[in-house]
Design a protein around this ligand. Structure first.
Ligand SMILES: C[S@@+](CC[C@H](N)C(=O)[O-])C[C@H]1O[C@@H](n2cnc3c(N)ncnc32)[C@H](O)[C@@H]1O
Length: 455
């Protein structure tokens, strides 16, 4: 089996059943502000069909075999998946509309101001167009590969026809644009600094806790909210059994592509900043090119094999963490839960802490890096419990965790554009907690609050 095929098989294993059956990735997931860390205004939303006609037709998901019965509860998930595919497909039209709007605004300048500005507008617009086209080709490849993912989730097919799928929402489109930035973070050389800040402490901790590489295949590491899955791939490359969990179809579809359908490093170039026109230092920064991936999973697996080392195991499970991993059969089955920029996605962080504790085998570790931005804090319609770090650690200890030393702080960015005049730095908490060999819930219950020293 080729490395890529094995990666594809693993990525599709999804704990056996099609994930959405038990835990829909739909509806609610597309509302989750997974991009809250972005801070990048997307281009103005447009469904204008007059711009940027698209040459590549979208696939039609396969219809069920005669007599096959489709679970009606799945239809909403099929629609959400296909709506996300439509959103990726719609990128060109949306980006072209934004370009057109900017062109029109520049053209409104009086001659005198245009003379003062002294730029070759046509040249800039040509470059802008080229960037959109290259990004669009990349998204088309992602859309094409998504058919395989759809079939793996729903091998029985669907009664949903592409024509019935509603157009992408503005939020769907925002996430398409931010997916480009997510690729820079996880899969480009430009993302190394960001990754080193947050993934490296997790990887170093696990390598220290589990020094024997040959035994790591039995060390089951769960990565909830895995994004585009670089951390899970890095863990499997170090020999661990790594399972990524995601509920955003944008991340699942794009992550599936980069792990299973890219066969050499730097196969693609993308222009992640071409649609951002604020905080530019130089015009050229808008058109900065980024090559992805800096590491090709199948090439890396082959290189390991050449060295006589084995790849661990890699899987990606779609679904809401609180649904998939609260199931009784998951309890005490994970050696490690590694969370990176994840715990603040909770409506109720206490629920996350309880689930993580229950997932761990006695002696298992929870390793966390991230801020407490609380994605639902500003939403009037969603529950949101916003605890301080000290409160998080107190609750964790009352649940039964033991803190392996005080938390430390790591200053880092998230999907940052290094060239931009806007730089948003998070002071992330890094901590390691352990489920003791025997539960100490009662003892910890008597402890007072946790005071965290920040300076
Ligand atoms: C801020 S991003 C972090 C992604 C990745 N860990 C990283 O560091 O780049 C949070 C991710 O968690 C995912 N997410 C949020 N709530 C989730 C849930 N309940 N179940 C599964 N994934 C979730 C979002 O879709 C998003 O991709």
């Amino acid at each position: 089996m080729s490395a890529a095929a094995s990666a594809a098989e693993n990525a599709n294993c999804n704990s056996g059943a099609a994930p959405q059956r038990s835990s829909p990735v739909a509806g609610k997931s597309s509302e989750a502000p997974g991009d809250k860390h972005q801070g990048v205004p997307p281009p103005p939303y447009s469904m204008d069909s007059a711009l940027g006609g698209h040459p590549m037709p979208l696939y039609q998901p396969h219809a069920p075999a005669p007599g096959a019965v489709i679970d009606p509860d799945m239809i909403e998930d099929h629609i959400s998946f296909l709506r996300t595919v439509r959103a990726f497909h719609h990128y060109k039209r949306q980006a072209m509309a934004a370009r057109e709007m900017r062109r029109t605004n520049f053209r409104k300048l009086q001659d005198q101001h245009r003379d003062l500005l002294c730029i070759d507008l046509d040249k800039i617009l040509d470059k802008y167009l080229e960037c959109i086209e290259v990004n669009s080709t990349f998204f088309d490849a992602i859309c094409e590969a998504s058919e395989e993912l759809f079939d793996s989730y729903w091998p029985e097919g669907t009664t949903v026809r592409m024509e019935e799928v509603p157009p992408p929402t503005p939020l769907d489109m925002d996430k398409v644009f931010s997916t480009l930035r997510q690729f820079v973070r996880d899969w480009s050389a430009e993302g190394v600094a960001e990754r080193d800040c947050v993934y490296k402490p997790i990887l170093d901790t696990l390598e220290r806790c589990f020094p024997s590489r040959s035994e790591r295949e039995n060390v089951r590491v769960l990565i909830p909210g895995a994004g585009l899955c670089r951390l899970s791939v890095e863990l499997a490359l170090r020999g661990f059994f790594a399972q990524a969990n995601e509920f955003s179809y944008h991340m699942l579809i794009a992550g599936h592509y980069i792990q299973n359908h890219v066969f050499e490093s730097c196969q693609h170039r993308i222009y992640p900043y071409s649609d951002s026109t604020c905080n530019l230092v130089n015009r050229a920064d808008q058109f900065a090119e980024v090559q992805i991936p800096d590491l090709c999973a199948s090439e890396a697996i082959d290189a390991l094999r050449d060295e006589g080392l084995s790849f661990g195991q890699l899987s990606m499970v779609a679904g809401d963490f609180t649904e998939v991993y609260a199931k009784p059969h998951q309890q005490k089955t994970w050696s490690v839960v590694a969370t990176c920029f994840f715990i603040d996605t909770a409506h109720n962080i206490i629920e996350y802490l309880e689930i993580i504790y229950n997932l761990l085998v006695p002696g298992g570790y929870w390793v966390n890096v991230g801020p407490l931005l609380y994605h639902f804090a500003d939403s009037a319609d969603d529950m949101s419990i916003e605890l301080s770090l000290g409160e998080v650690l107190t609750v964790a200890q009352r649940i039964g965790f033991v803190l392996n030393g005080p938390p430390t702080f790591i200053d880092t960015t998230y999907t940052n554009n290094q060239r931009s005049m806007k730089q948003l730095v998070y002071r992330c908490a890094f901590f390691v907690l352990q489920r003791p060999l025997t539960d100490t819930r009662e003892k910890n219950h008597k402890q007072g609050g946790t005071e965290v020293k920040t300076i």
